[in-house]
Design a protein around this ligand. Structure first.
Ligand code: ATP
Ligand code: MG
Length: 355
C-alpha cells in the first residue's frame, strides 16, 4: 500500500486537484498501484476552521505519508489579510526537508511557434531569501526602523552542496549532460560566492558533465534568445523560482509546468504556478501542470524501491499527457485552445485507456 496525502489548496487548486485525482484513480486501477489517497485541508478553509493555513495535524500526516500532492495555495496577499497566513508550501518544504525543487520545462510535440525548450531548473528549496520568512516563525525580514526594511538571504555550504548533487545526478540521466550554474556572485560575493564554490566542488566529481557558469540576468536573456543551450540549471531559491516560470512559459505555458519537491526520503508533487485567482472557477485551468507533477512523484516512488508498476504508471501518464496536448480540441486557453479543465482531463484518461 502506498499512502498519498492530497491537499487541495486555493484558487484553481480544487479544480486541478480534482482532475489529477481522477487521473490517479484510473492509474491506480490500471497499474494496480495499491494507493490509499487521503485528503486534508490547508489554505483559506483551514485558516477559517483552525486559525492557521497549515495545521500541525496536517504536517504530521504529511510526514507519515509516502507522498504528498499539493494544490496551489494562496496563503497571503500583501498587505496580509489575517494572522496565521503561513505559506503552507514553504512550511511543508521545510518540515519535510524537501530541499530540491525539480522543475522541468519542455515544449510539447505539436505546440510549436517558439524555439523548443527542454530543460530542468533545479532550485534550492530551503534557504536564500525565502528562508524563515514566515512572520509567525521568526522572520528573515524585519523593520529595524520606520521606513527601512531588511531581508536576510541565507546560503549554506551544506544546502548548496546537496542541491548541486541533485542537479549533477539528474544531468547524468539526460543526453545533453550539461549543467548551467546560475548565480550573481559578482555582486552577492559572499552568499552566491559560497554557493558557486560548493557547486564547483561537486562539478569536479563529475568530469563527464559540461558545466557553464552564468549570471542570473544573462541567464534570463539567454533563456529567451537561445533556450536550446540549457539542459540542467542549478540555482538558488528565488532565482530558480523566477527562471522556472520564465522557462515554463517559453515551453508553452505555466499551466504545463509540473514540479517535484524532493528530499532524501520524502517527496511532494506541486505545480510550478500559483493559485491563478484570475481564472479560478472558470474551468479554464490547465490541469497538465499537476498531472505532470504526479507523474514525477510516481517516478520518484519507483526509484525509491516502489514496484515497477509505479515507473510504468509514470511513463504512461507522461505519454497520455503528450497525446492530450497534441489534440487541439483538448487544449485549454493558456495553450491556445478553447478546451476546459474537464476536456483536457478526459482526453488524458482516454489516452491512458487506449495505449
Ligand atoms: P499566486 O499568488 O497564487 O502565485 P498569481 O496571481 O501569481 O497567484 P499564478 O498562479 O502564479 O498567479 O499564475 C500566473 C499566470 O499564469 C496567471 O495569469 C494565471 O492565470 C496563469 N496560470 C497559472 N497556472 C495556470 C494553469 N494551470 N492553467 C492556465 N493558466 C495558468
Ligand atoms: Mg505566482
Amino acid at each position: 500500500m502506498t499512502r498519498l496525502l492530497v491537499l487541495e489548496g486555493d484558487g484553481i487548486g480544487p479544480e486541478i486537484v480534482a482532475a489529477t485525482c481522477d487521473v490517479l484513480a484510473v492509474l491506480d486501477a490500471r497499474f494496480n498501484l495499491g494507493l490509499i489517497v487521503e485528503r486534508a485541508e490547508i489554505g483559506f478553509p483551514a485558516l477559517a476552521a483552525h486559525g492557521t493555513t497549515i495545521p500541525d495535524a496536517v504536517i504530521a500526516r504529511a510526514l507519515e505519508a509516502d507522498g504528498v500532492i499539493l494544490g496551489p495555495v494562496s496563503h497571503n496577499a500583501y498587505p496580509p489579510v489575517s494572522e496565521g497566513g503561513l505559506n503552507p508550501s514553504g512550511v511543508l518544504r521545510k518540515r519535510l526537508d524537501l530541499y530540491a525543487n525539480i522543475r522541468p520545462a519542455r515544449t510539447p510535440e505539436g505546440l510549436g511557434g517558439r524555439a523548443p525548450v527542454d530543460l530542468v531548473v533545479v532550485r534550492e528549496n530551503t534557504e536564500g531569501f525565502y528562508a524563515d520568512r514566515n512572520m509567525a516563525e521568526g522572520s528573515g525580514e524585519f523593520l529595524p526602523e520606520p521606513g527601512m526594511a531588511l531581508a536576510i538571504r541565507k546560503i549554506t555550504a551544506k544546502a548548496s552542496r546537496r542541491i548541486a548533487q541533485s542537479a549533477f545526478a539528474l544531468a547524468e540521466t539526460r543526453p545533453a549532460r550539461r549543467v548551467t550554474v546560475v548565480h550573481k556572485a559578482n555582486v552577492l560575493r559572499l552568499s552566491d560566492g559560497l554557493f558557486l564554490d560548493e557547486v564547483r566542488k561537486v562539478a569536479a566529481d563529475h568530469p563527464e558533465i559540461t558545466v557553464d557558469e552564468m549570471l542570473v540576468d544573462a541567464a534570463a536573456a539567454h533563456l529567451v534568445r537561445a533556450p536550446e543551450r540549457f539542459d540542467v540549471i542549478v540555482t538558488t531559491n528565488m532565482f530558480g523560482d523566477i527562471l522556472s516560470d520564465l522557462a515554463s512559459e517559453l515551453a508553452g505555458s505555466l499551466g504545463l509546468g509540473g514540479s517535484l519537491n524532493a528530499g532524501e526520503t520524502r517527496a511532494m508533487a506541486q505545480a510550478q504556478h500559483g493559485s491563478a485567482p484570475d481564472i479560478a472557477g472558470t474551468g479554464a485551468a490547465n490541469p497538465g501542470s499537476l498531472i505532470a507533477s504526479v507523474a514525477m512523484l510516481l517516478h520518484w516512488l519507483a526509484g525509491r524501491g516502489g514496484a515497477d508498476s509505479f515507473a510504468r504508471a509514470g511513463a504512461a501518464t507522461d505519454a497520455a499527457l503528450a497525446v492530450a496536448l497534441a489534440d487541439p480540441a483538448a487544449r485549454t486557453p493558456d495553450i491556445g485552445g478553447t478546451g476546459t479543465t474537464r476536456a483536457m482531463t478526459d482526453r488524458v484518461i482516454q489516452a491512458l485507456g487506449s495505449d
